[in-house]
Design a protein around this ligand. Structure first.
Ligand code: ADP
Ligand code: MG
Length: 481
């Protein structure tokens, strides 16, 4: 039987978190929290006599994304009318970009589970406006909310370089990470501010031509992206293997049946009767402006990962964990600047701080522990003022109260007992009280050594310096041989 390989290209739509809409002064509001139709202007509603004005901030945000995705920026930008009738589009057309989009010929490297890196080509990044939102009700009527109509929207389109559901997912997650780094989109897919649409076809392995594609719409999570893509690959394979033909169409995802279904046969570009938007002049971006936007970009995840590996000798895994979110990386960097040893700070963050954050469901900008306070805590361990286990308890306390570690250690008298004489007295007492165990130890039951250490820790409430305990205990036991 013929073997097929998938060919996938992804379109992503990202709303931009500007104050106002793409072409009007109406506010951009949270589509879930705001009451319907409370953030609309006459322009959003397509009233006669209204004229669009380009939102400079939206152009800046869009340019940030295009630059971060390694695109060439077109100096001469044209807006175009994309005409179609639908109740969520009161103007009867969407202002988009067609022939001269903002960014072209970009790329993004993704990491695969195998550890390999793959470069995905980015065909175009263009600016447009979002449509309103329809809610279909059980009684057959539909409600429309125009708060979303006119919200700045970015469309990011890849080359057909993706070859599996896993790659599609890795690419989409990385775009989301970059949008969040850039501060232009929250990445809240469940709110619909970020949407992913895979175009999927299959072809015989070895063939260089593309097969007929279908496009999956309205996938609202990365899991659905992976599952829907896998389903579609299997469906198309079955169609071709049984001698059928794949129909070019738009398909939706049925979440309970977990399958795709046909929505409409694909319209061609001609159907939209694109033409240059007569109400907007071409938008010219000069080099100085573009370079100023480039200079304002934050350090991006891959660069951060490479820096942590090269400068701090962290593992790739740890570096990726710390770079997952921009705020986490900045927190780590601040701790290192405050004098923390990178490897220790990384370990404390990944093993202890993230656990506390997960339990409390708090993000790093919402916690009371400061980077300097963590460095102070690590310093107390390094100076042997407290041992590692005590330090974990102190961190938990810092996490709930925001108190400085030194203060907690003093107030609770947690400082380690490193006093030779005091520890010696405790050890002697324990060996006296447990003569029978000592005898068994001397007869060869060496495991009892752990029992003695445990007793010392119990008596000192865990505060004994473990190194010193081991040393004193060994000589005390030796003396009894
Ligand atoms: P449209 O605007 O009609 O959706 P585009 O040319 O913008 O078409 O392509 C949309 C996406 O589909 C792009 O990501 C592109 O890489 C991808 N694509 C194009 N042809 C195929 C194909 N035969 N199989 C899979 N993906 C494809
Ligand atoms: Mg499309």
């Amino acid at each position: 039987m013929t073997e097929y390989e998938p060919v996938i290209g992804l379109e992503m739509h990202a709303e931009l978190m500007t104050e106002s809409k793409m072409f009007s002064k109406a506010k951009v509001v949270d589509s879930v929290e705001a009451a319907p139709n409370t953030a609309v202007s006459p322009l959003c509603l397509g009233m006669p006599g209204t004229l669009p004005v380009i939102n400079e901030k939206a152009v800046e945000y869009a340019t940030r994304v295009a630059l971060a995705l390694n695109c060439e920026i077109n100096h001469h930008n044209i807006f175009a009318r994309k005409n179609y009738f639908y109740p969520d589009l009161p103007k009867g057309y969407q202002i988009s970009q067609y022939e001269q989009p903002l960014g072209v010929n970009g790329w993004l490297d993704i990491e695969l589970e195998s550890g390999e890196t793959k470069r995905i080509g980015i065909r175009r990044v263009h600016m447009e406006e979002d449509t309103g939102k329809l809610t279909h009700q059980d009684d057959g009527t539909s409600l429309v909310d125009y708060n979303r109509a006119g919200v700045p929207l970015l469309e990011i389109v890849t080359e057909p370089d993706i070859r599996s559901g896993e790659e599609a997912r890795a690419y989409a997650m990385k775009v989301r990470q970059i949008l969040r780094y850039l501060g232009v989109n929250s990445g809240d897919m469940e709110k619909g501010v970020l949407r992913v649409e895979p175009n999927i076809s299959i072809r015989p392995v070895g063939s260089t031509e593309f097969g007929t594609r279908t496009e999956l719409k309205n996938l609202n999570s990365f899991r659905v992206l992976a599952d829907g893509t896998a389903f579609e690959i299997a469906r198309q394979t079955a169609v071709l293997q049984s001698g059928g033909k794949v129909v070019q169409e738009t398909r939706g995802w049925h979440d309970t049946r977990r399958e795709t279904f046909s929505q409409r046969t694909k319209e061609e570009a001609e159907d939209y009767r694109y033409f240059p938007e007569p109400d907007l002049p071409p938008l010219h971006l000069d080099d100085a402006w573009i370079e100023a936007v480039r200079a304002s970009l934050p350090e991006l995840p891959d660069v951060k990962v490479a820096r942590y590996m090269a400068d701090y000798e962290l593992s790739e895994y740890d570096s990726r964990v710390l770079s997952e979110e921009r705020a986490v990386g900045e927190w780590f960097d601040t701790a290192v600047t405050a004098g923390g040893i990178p490897k220790s700070v990384a370990n404390w963050m990944i093993n202890e701080l993230f656990r506390l954050m997960n339990e409390a469901k708090l993000s790093i900008d919402a916690i009371q522990v400061t980077p300097a306070a963590l460095v102070e805590l690590i310093g107390l361990v390094d100076k042997q003022t407290i041992n590692n286990n005590t330090a974990k308890d102190v961190l938990a306390e810092m996490f709930t109260s925001g108190t400085a570690p030194t203060q907690i250690v003093e107030a609770k008298r947690l400082a380690q007992i490193s006093d030779n004489a005091a520890l010696q007295a405790i050890i002697d007492q324990i060996l006296d009280d447990n003569a029978e165990q000592v005898a068994r130890y001397l007869e060869g039951q060496e495991k009892l050594r752990g029992f003695f250490v445990g007793q010392v820790m119990r008596q000192t409430k865990g505060k004994a310096n473990p190194g010193l305990v081991n040393q004193l205990l060994d000589s005390a036991l030796d003396a009894k041989k």
